[in-house]
Design a protein around this ligand. Structure first.
Ligand code: FE2
Length: 431
């Protein structure tokens, strides 16, 4: 007797007509025509069943704060930064917990199963850290929340930041963060990378830095991050987030840089929604795109995961916890329009990000965690095109969110009546 069987699923690898049986919180079998009994059966009706979405870059201490204490009227980064300064002094721990839990509810409804959130450690009281540690514990059964100690005002630029960041790590924050391009000088930026990587090496932690989130082609802290990764033996455990300056860098320099990153085993996390919005703001026309060199990084063998970064906070008024919105934007900005590239954008918000976060038991193989999302789409490309409706979200073999399929009843004279948006999927596509 299984706990759950999902019948007639299409898988992200292109296989179709499969049943997925779950027992004791893990996937017990993936094969056609499983006839055994189960406590619950879901008919996927040929739709795509995926492991959960993974958001590898987020700011949960700021999310859903839009309008508090006032709106970002100009919609600019600078007003967002000053707003965050105001909000930080005014918000209490309970406010942060309340907003973060509401965001996690939304994330679950959208099929997100894991989030890596940066948390600002430039605060003597570490309110964000206290709040998100509590949230991490409260959501443990349904979201893997990984926290990054993020000295947002610069670990060297803010005289208190090193001590508060170390305290945050002592309190149980998982990953070491940083923001080298925000330090006062290039030399300080490089020094901050060294310092923070050494802290991670001493403590056996991963690193994820906001790195070169700038249009300045000479912002090259990713080079130092790759160097320190190799020097300290941190291969596979270090991530450069944003990396937008790489968009503007000299091509000859990048031809040296990307192989160095690959050699060092550094991961990368572009954040297409926020960076297409905020980067290139000093340009008139032509305007640069706010995304790093995704195709080139991927083709060099560097793991690339797309993050959402912000939802309704001082920096970004949009967002709805939809990783398919993120993939959709990443696809367009990166001109990733071949069949293989479009399908890969789905991987960037699922398996690639899971690998970067080091999630265990992620996937659809027998023995993996029974964490699934049933999408109203036939394949990965269709899921991105439609930002597909989540029909069911399963965690450890239990259905934790459910939606009826979206269909539209037409009342047109002489035309048939019911429209399923996924009915337009190409029938020959196996991507
Ligand atoms: Fe960020």
């Amino acid at each position: 007797m299984f706990d759950l069987i999902v019948k007639n699923a299409a898988l992200p690898n292109g296989r179709t007509g499969l049943d997925i049986a779950c027992k004791g919180g893990t996937i017990a079998a993936v094969e056609p025509g499983i006839s055994a009994e189960a406590r619950e059966v879901i008919d996927a009706a040929g739709y795509l069943v995926s492991p959960p979405f993974v958001d590898p870059h987020f700011h949960m201490d700021a999310t859903l704060s839009l309008g508090t204490p006032r709106m970002n009227v100009s919609g600019t980064l600078l007003e967002g930064i000053s707003l965050w300064g105001e909000l930080k002094t005014q918000q209490g721990i309970d406010d942060i917990i309340d907003r973060a839990l509401r965001y996690c509810d939304l994330a679950v409804s959208m099929g997100i199963g894991a989030i890596r959130s940066h948390v600002d450690t430039c605060d003597a009281d570490l309110k964000g850290v206290q709040a998100l540690l509590e949230v991490r514990a409260q959501v443990r059964d349904y979201i893997d929340l990984q926290l990054v100690a993020f000295p947002q005002d610069g670990v060297l630029r803010d005289p208190e930041a090193l001590q508060t960041t170390l305290r945050a790590l002592d309190m149980g924050v998982d990953v070491v963060g940083g923001i080298p391009h925000f330090e006062r000088t290039m030399a300080d930026g490089a020094q901050s990378v060294r310092l923070l990587c050494e802290i991670a090496a001493e403590r056996g932690l991963m690193v994820d830095m906001h790195c070169d989130e700038s249009d300045d082609p000479l912002s090259r802290h990713i080079e130092t991050l790759a160097y320190e990764t190799q020097r300290l033996g941190l291969q596979g455990r270090v991530t450069g987030s944003h990396l937008t300056s790489m968009h503007s860098m000299d091509n000859y320099y990048v031809s040296k840089l990307i192989p160095l990153m690959a050699e060092a085993g550094v991961n990368s996390i572009p954040n297409p929604l926020i960076n297409i919005m905020l980067q290139g703001r000093h340009d008139t026309y032509p305007k640069r795109r706010g995304q790093t060199r995704v195709r080139e990084l991927r083709d060099a063998g560097i793991p690339v995961g797309f993050g959402s970064d912000c939802v309704m906070d001082p920096w970004y008024s949009m967002g709805r916890a939809d990783m398919l919105d993120v993939a959709f934007m990443g696809l367009h900005v990166g001109q990733l329009s071949s069949r293989a590239d479009m399908a890969w954008c789905f991987d960037a918000v699922t398996e690639n990000s899971a690998r970067i976060m080091g999630l265990e038991g992620y996937g659809l193989d027998t023995g993996c965690a029974a964490d699934l999302v049933v999408l109203q789409a036939r394949d990965k490309i269709e899921a991105i095109r439609l930002r597909a409706h989540r029909l069911a979200v399963v965690r450890k073999g239990n259905v934790i969110a459910r939606n009826a399929p979206v269909v539209t009843d037409l009342a047109l004279r002489g035309r048939p009546a019911t429209l399923d948006p996924a009915a337009y999927a190409p029938t020959t596509d196996t991507a």
